[in-house]
Design a protein around this ligand. Structure first.
Ligand code: AMP
Length: 286
């Protein structure tokens, strides 16, 4: 497994693969890898086959964090991540640094961003106004460096995946986007690097996100329910767990991401809940 620490080395390697007709599968991550990330690596491998290569990037992208968010505390363990990648048969791990990715950003010299203007307005985009601009910008940069034929994203970040698909279509990136299912802990909590922040009490209550999704699924199984009513019921359900603070719960059309007034079977639900300072998200089809 190659460890590629610079942009120049990554692009050179990717170009060489391209010239040799080697298919490149790519999984962008912020590291602190868990089984969910590993499942994306396997999905990438399935797409490129034995003759292709799988690249994982590990980069905690500063532009997708607001100044008040957890950039400096975000969990990091490169040694363990490299072990995970090796065990998953990853061909190359790309680990660029901030100085190279965003030269002169502190002095205001970095000034070109990729902005999706529609799908990024609701839910995570409304709660975190500069988040998706950072995501689309870094993913566009990574695509230009890794030159993937196929790139795998998690349904865990449903809105992110939808925005990346939109960006790829709108800006003609020659890459196929695959969205892979959310991996969960035994009790249903979606795996996330941020679960590390949870103490035992918060961890016990964190399963409420999954339970809320299940409760909503049940509520709409036989008949449509007004979104406002279901939101109110779920808000009560979630805040009955004493350590929670609901950020939002939303029902939306999975194509347009626009909110729906009536929640029917097949609609999509997303929610964000705070446990102390830790903010967790989840989503699923009802
Ligand atoms: P992150 O390192 O959190 O930026 O995530 C990197 C990629 O892994 C993104 O495409 C996420 O959607 C995906 N991912 C995160 N958690 C999970 C999970 N529990 N199951 C599947 N994919 C995930």
């Amino acid at each position: 497994m190659r460890i590629v620490p610079t942009m120049a080395a990554m692009q050179k390697l990717a170009r060489r693969w391209k010239r040799a007709g080697v298919k490149i599968g790519f999984v962008p991550t912020m590291g602190y890898l868990h089984a969910g990330h590993a499942s994306l690596v396997r999905a990438a491998r399935r797409r490129v086959g034995k003759t292709g290569v799988v690249v994982v990037s590990i980069y905690v992208n500063p532009t997708q964090f607001a100044p008040t968010e957890d950039l400096s505390n975000y969990p990091r363990d490169l040694k363990r991540d490299l072990k995970t990648c090796r065990a998953e048969g990853v061909d190359a791990v790309f680990t660029p640094g901030d100085a190279e990715m965003y030269p002169g950003r502190a002095e205001g010299k970095f000034s070109t961003y990729v902005v999706e203007e529609k799908l990024s307005q609701t839910m995570e985009g409304a709660a975190r106004p500069t988040h998706f601009r950072g995501v689309t910008t870094v993913v566009a940069k990574l695509f230009n460096l890794v030159l993937p034929d196929v790139s795998v994203f998690g349904q865990k970040d449903f809105q992110q995946a939808a925005i990346i698909k939109r960006m790829v279509a709108d800006l003609n990136f020659p890459v196929q986007i695959i969205v892979a299912p959310t991996l969960r802990e035994a009790d249903g909590l979606a795996m996330s690097s941020r679960n590390k922040y949870l103490d035992a009490e918060h961890r016990a209550q964190a399963v409420i996100l999954f339970h809320a999704l299940q409760a909503a699924k049940q509520a709409v199984a036989k008949k449509a329910v007004p979104a406002a009513r279901l939101k109110k019921e779920l808000a009560e359900f979630i805040t009955a767990a004493p350590l929670t603070r609901l950020d939002y719960v939303e029902f939306f059309d999975p194509e347009t991401l626009q909110p729906v007034a009536q929640v029917k079977r097949g609609a999509h639900m997303a929610l964000a809940v705070y446990f102390g300072k830790t903010r967790l998200i989840d989503n699923g089809q009802l």
